[in-house]
Design a protein around this ligand. Structure first.
Ligand SMILES: CC(C)(COP(=O)(O)OP(=O)(O)OC[C@H]1O[C@@H](n2cnc3c(N)ncnc32)[C@H](O)[C@@H]1OP(=O)(O)O)[C@@H](O)C(=O)NCCC(=O)NCCS
Length: 158
């Protein structure tokens, strides 16, 4: 059985903008995100600004992003944000690295650190029902399908 990839999560920085913009403008990555279309430059800059804002972590809407690196090269990001019901997580892997277990390794690392970061063990994820790989990632790690709201499946890990 192949070894899981060795990845490191560290806080997202402004210098990581080009890597994130490359993913956000790639229709393969955004297919199941929002309206499914690649993000324009303005949206990318707005989201990055919000992510770097460092609002207090007990404030609903506060977010933190993390860059995943493998051998010091960026391979994906984990996004997290404070919601009323807990902490929502999301994950994007650069398409060059799909199918290698990177998302699984990223999610494992995120699940190990995010509860302490936010002081909450309630984790949530919202997934397009057609995004089978993402649903598998979550259920493998104990997330349960909770509700379906506005076209998205809501998963929780309590
Ligand atoms: C969804 C996404 C994060 C998966 O990343 P990845 O690194 O390719 O995922 P992994 O290699 O860790 O695979 C996860 C699981 O799906 C399986 N899988 C991977 N690619 C697959 C495919 N094409 N078909 C079926 N299963 C697949 C893997 O075998 C693994 O299952 P396992 O736990 O049984 O081994 C990646 O495709 C992505 O970034 N998509 C765009 C952004 C996105 O949709 N994010 C999720 C929003 S909710």
């Amino acid at each position: 059985m192949p070894c899981p990839p060795s990845i490191t999560l560290r806080p997202f920085q402004e210098a990581d903008t080009a890597f994130f913009a490359g993913m956000a403008s790639d229709e393969r990555v955004t297919r199941y995100i929002g309206d499914g279309r690649p993000w324009d430059e303005q949206t990318i800059q707005e989201r990055i600004r919000a992510a770097l804002q460092e609002d207090p972590l007990d404030q609903v809407g506060a977010s933190r992003w993390f860059l995943a690196t493998e051998a010091n090269a960026p391979v994906g990001i984990v996004v997290s944000s404070c919601k009323d019901a807990g902490v929502e997580v999301g994950y994007w892997v650069s398409p060059d690295h799909w199918g290698r277990g990177i998302a699984g390794a990223m999610l494992d690392a995120a699940l190990a650190s995010i509860p302490d970061t936010y002081g909450s063990r309630n984790l949530l994820a919202r997934v397009d029902p057609a995004n089978a790989v993402s649903a598998k990632l979550l259920t493998r790690r104990g997330f349960q399908l909770d509700t379906h709201v506005e076209g998205l499946d809501h998963y929780t890990l309590v």
